[in-house]
Design a binder for this molecule. Structure first.
Ligand SMILES: Nc1ncnc2c1ncn2[C@@H]1O[C@H](COP(=O)(O)OP(=O)(O)OP(=O)(O)O)[C@@H](O)[C@H]1O
Ligand SMILES: [Mg+2]
Ligand SMILES: [Mg+2]
Length: 550
């Protein structure tokens, strides 16, 4: 494998065909199955393969930096704003002027505790802050305040599901361990001015609160890691602890990747830093797994190094050697006392105002319904398919839209979901609109579906009305149906007349039906619906046509 694929382009080509073997629970959680992201050439050549040791597999762990959604920074009262003019949100502390001291922002601590609870972590009622030293122009103090020794939350898990399998229609469920969540400061930003060969520093981001979610090496391929990132993003957005906009750097992923033979100790990891989209996470990891396999198979060694993902070439490139060179000289932060949070109001010591401290029970009570629970409830309560529950939960506002329609209509949720997925989402996607921007309200859609359910209009007529509602949202649904003359034909004679006209126009079809081929009746029905603009009740129409062609 290595001999023929030493160049970058060959590697890239193979990477696209990467096979990642993952042992993973299926949705029932009862049995294990293997999934393949795609097939590699090697897998298709069993003769070559059989002489070799078992194939190496990837091992992946993520470290995710999530910017805390708060109005001010972690240790200062400066505002947090993504697109503010450079250096407009910088306090003396953020710029590390001598004599300034950190003051912990309670909102950031609450966000970390809520996130810890949502990720099934144990919350440390006493946690500590440390200094981690490194020298970058955008880190004015020369160190970052973080939580290396005792972080705020530990020993959690992140469960996520995604559609996988051969046809991408099976729900795969997986759980990865969360080692810890630590509170830390973000750095500033270096802006490189290539024309004048200089670097400018913007400290607006310096000191913004971050939660670093550190996972254990429990994943095996890019697809899994991307699904984990998407799920964490949704959880954080649901909690409101991070806005999760990856393009704006609110969620940044470092992917730790190694390869080994199953059953043997883990290999040396390389860390691909600062990946800013879930899709790139998948691509970077799959590339990196394949690169490391190539290196080892051609007799080389994998370096413990930091790499960067280049989205243009789809490759990872070395940034710096990590081992040995990086000594962070960790030390306790002398300007911050231990951080105490309390299990319940009852455990808050005398003399401390419970209103001014973080109480875990209080935050637990505020936890919203999380994405995983939402999906399960949607499937159990409304009997809808897993893939539909995914879309409902992932699209902002869609689940709320769906549930409001359910409340106001007599139509079965399982039938109704088709209207939401096909008609509503189809129209929104075509026009690049969000659910909240839909001109058709849930109430209006419910009225339309009620007319359909009560037999006042046919489903094809309802689709026409839906399009009209889109164009004229101010008009009442009943009014539109009348205006378009789309109510079902209740006059039997009129329907018989239309049927006769259609039969006269299609004598060939009538002959085939009379000859015994009853399936062709559907064609005749379609022609009548076309002629009547979908105004014939299908059951009634079938009865009439059956009689007239007998
Ligand atoms: N052999 C391995 N293969 C893949 N991932 C690994 C391996 N060994 C450790 N990891 C993962 O690497 C990460 C180590 O993160 P940690 O924050 O402890 O150290 P760091 O990466 O050196 O520090 P930082 O990136 O924060 O400066 C964890 O997510 C851990 O699960
Ligand atoms: Mg880390
Ligand atoms: Mg790291």
């Amino acid at each position: 494998m290595a001999a023929s694929c030493s160049g970058n382009s060959a590697l890239l080509h193979k990477c696209v065909q990467l096979k990642s073997m993952c042992n993973i629970h299926q949705s029932s959680g009862v049995f294990m199955r293997r999934i393949w992201t795609s097939r590699s050439k090697c897998q298709l050549q069993p003769k070559l393969q059989s002489k070799r040791a078992p194939q190496m597999v990837g091992v992946v762990a993520l470290e995710i930096h999530a910017q805390i959604h708060a109005t001010s920074k972690l240790f200062s009262s400066s505002r947090v704003g993504f697109s503010a003019p450079p250096n407009s949100h910088v306090s003396f502390f953020d710029a590390s002027l001598p004599g300034t001291l950190p003051v912990l922002n309670r909102r950031c601590v609450e966000a970390a505790v809520m996130t810890g609870l949502a990720l099934n972590c144990r919350i440390n009622t006493k946690s500590l802050f440390d200094r981690k030293h490194y020298f970058y122009a955008d880190l004015p103090a020369g160190y970052q305040i973080t939580q290396q020794r005792v972080p705020i939350a530990v020993n959690g898990s992140l469960s996520f599901s995604y559609l996988g399998g051969k046809k991408r229609s099976e729900t795969m469920t997986k759980s990865v361990r969360v080692r810890q969540i630590q509170l830390e400061q973000d750095s500033g930003k270096s802006l490189h001015d290539d024309q004048r060969s200089r670097t400018l520093i913007d400290l607006n981001r310096a000191g913004v609160g971050l939660m670093e979610v550190v996972m254990e090496p429990d994943m095996c391929c890019g697809e899994e890691a991307a699904a984990a990132v998407r799920e964490l993003q949704l959880i954080l957005q649901t909690l409101g602890t991070c806005q999760g906009n990856m393009a704006e750097g609110q969620l940044r992923v470092d992917a730790n990747v190694s390869v080994h033979h199953p059953g043997e100790p883990l290999g040396v990891r390389a860390e691909v830093k600062n990946i800013n989209s879930a899709r790139f996470v998948a691509r970077a990891i799959d590339y990196e797994i394949q690169r490391q396999i190539e290196v080892l198979e051609s007799g080389g060694t994998v370096l413990n190094e930091t790499r960067a993902f280049d989205s243009k070439t789809g490759t990872t490139v070395s940034m710096r050697d990590k081992e040995g060179l990086q000594d962070y000289r960790f030390m306790p932060e002398p300007n911050l006392p231990p951080l105490f949070v309390y299990e319940s109001v009852a455990t808050v010591p005398d003399g401390v105002d419970p209103a001014h401290v973080v109480v875990i029970d209080r935050l637990k009570a505020q936890l919203p319904e999380l994405p995983g629970a939402k999906r399960t409830r949607l499937m159990e309560e409304y009997g809808i398919l897993p893939e539909h529950s995914f879309t409902l939960v992932s699209e902002d506002g869609l689940m709320d839209f769906f549930e409001r329609v359910v409340q106001k209509t007599k139509m079965e949720p399982r039938k109704l979901i088709g209207w939401v997925m096909k008609e509503l989402m189809g129209n929104l996607n075509q026009r690049n609109l969000k659910v909240t921007q839909s001109p058709v309200s849930p109430e209006a859609l419910a009225q339309l579906l009620n007319l359909l359910e009560s037999g006042f209009i046919s489903s094809s007529a309802a689709k026409v009305v839906f399009q009209e509602m889109w164009k004229a949202p101010e008009k009442r649904v009943e009014h539109l149906v009348k205006e378009l003359d789309l109510g079902l034909i209740s006059d039997q004679e009129e329907l018989v007349k239309i049927c006769q006209r259609v039969m006269d126009a299609h004598p060939d079809l009538v002959q085939v039906i009379r000859g015994g081929n009853k399936k062709v009746l559907n064609k005749l029905m379609g022609a009548v619906q076309k002629e009547s603009k979908g105004r014939a009740d299908p059951v009634h129409l079938r009865n009439i046509l059956e009689e007239m062609t007998s």
